[in-house]
Design a binder for this molecule. Structure first.
Ligand code: CO
Length: 168
């Protein structure tokens, strides 16, 4: 009598263990799916590369309107130093890009950026070959239907180093 009770107790434990294992694996699948959906919905960071040929590797950036903050990381994958082939990533209204480029040239080396200029929505540091920098900025003041561009303010670069910043 005692023995049979023990066996049934053990079997019951084994059964519950299996049930628990199944619940756990199901939960882990659901959690994994949930997190990956979240990552897709709120991918609020972008990486853009620049090089010695005065190019960004992205012609445009598409970002989610759900993002409160956006982080842009700029990599300079070339070898030339900042004073010859400096790159930054500056965001403004497209209409402000040319005048802001002029003001940036006047601001001069090494940053080529008019500090405190209200036309600058976001800007990274100016970097040279092998360097990397990033900027995080508030997206809440941007109009999803607005016309925004990013560009490099190193003299002459904005003619090639530019792209549309599209909020969708
Ligand atoms: Co540049």
């Amino acid at each position: 009598m005692t023995l049979s009770m023990d066996i049934s107790f053990t079997n019951k434990n084994n059964f519950m263990e299996k049930v628990n294992m199944r619940i756990l694996s199901l939960l882990s699948i659901l959690i994994t799916l949930g997190y990956s959906n979240l990552a897709v919905a709120q991918d609020c960071s972008q990486i853009v590369e620049s090089n010695d040929a005065m190019q960004f590797d992205l012609k445009e950036m598409r970002v989610s309107a759900d993002c409160k903050n956006m982080t842009v990381t700029l990599k300079h994958v070339g070898n030339l130093p900042q004073q010859f082939m400096g790159h930054n990533w500056v965001l403004s209204n497209t209409a402000d890009m040319m005048p802001l480029s002029g003001a940036s040239m006047q601001a001069g080396a090494p940053n080529y950026l008019p500090e405190g200029d209200s036309r600058i929505i976001a800007a990274t540091d100016m970097i040279g070959g092998g360097q990397e920098t990033s900027v995080t900025f508030d997206m809440s003041s941007l109009d999803p239907s607005g016309d925004y561009s990013y560009f490099c303010t190193f003299p002459g670069h904005y003619a090639i180093m530019k792209g549309k910043f599209i909020i969708e």
